[in-house]
Design a protein around this ligand. Sequence first.
Ligand code: F6R
Length: 321
Amino acid sequence: MSVVARGRGQRKLCDIRGAGSGGRWCERGCGQSRSVFEISVFENFGRAMRAPAALQTAIPMEVIIRDSAEAGCVLGAKILASVIREKPAAVIGLATGRTPLRLYQELIRLHREDGLDFSQVTTFNLDEYVGLAGTHGQSYRYFMQENLFRHINIDLTRTHVPNGIASDLHVECRAYEEKIIAAGGIDLQLLGLGRNGHIGFNEPTGSLRSRTWIKILSEQTLRDNSDVFGSMDLMPKHALTMGVGTILDARRCLLLAFGPAKVRAVEHMVEGPLAAICPGSALQLHPRATVILDENSAAGLRYADHYRWIDRNKFAWQRHG
Ligand code: F6R
């Protein structure tokens, strides 16, 4: 078991924001330094994928609170669309579940009404249930097909979801990592947050450096997701998921969490210590993570007013619109 902690006070960031630059880690010269823990973890995450530029331009977690999940999803879609417009061949990491559904509807609208072009986009989904073929109604491949892919002009050969029925799941996991690297890494990873703080299917106490692998789902996750299967007994107990380390390698992370059921997880992810009991808290280490909440999920945040203040006072170049 690896349990690590870092209080806010230990986070020694030098915020030297200036127009066009974003905030920066203070590598030297300002008298502040990162803790030994931060240095060792940060340096070790995603050696293979890490772009030096991303290391040099790390900004604090961006927390955006909107009145409703609807408004949050529209904003999330706008951010994702801007990445694709800026880089038509972008590599996008996708999530399933209830949270991103409205965001996907908005992407479909942007495609139909605003010409958002997915023809060169490559996607990698976070996870898939072990034992479910892509044709199974509850598989995540099927979810993506029904809720996004069949409504946009994406080339299906560029869409990737782990294969939950691969004959060798270990080989499948390693190959998934290799495909992400071969595609040039993920430009933006979309994430939801489990009630227990999981991201992807990385359940509490798993390694914060994990790579794509086979995970055993927690009882909480089984309870939360079993409704669509009819009962917990009919639901797969295992999944293939990108690891926390894989997720942290993405150049940007965009996490959405809405509703009162996510209050505790959000509180821990944003303001709690960095700890494997809340895998989402690993985003505190990410150089460019944006978290979009609604008033319900943000209700437990001690610094909610501070995040609203920051949001209101952003420079024009920092705004998402
Ligand atoms: C889904 C995934 C999960 C969900 C999380 C929240 O691909 O990776 O981490 O994002 O379980 O699920 P919902 O959105 O249904 O509350």
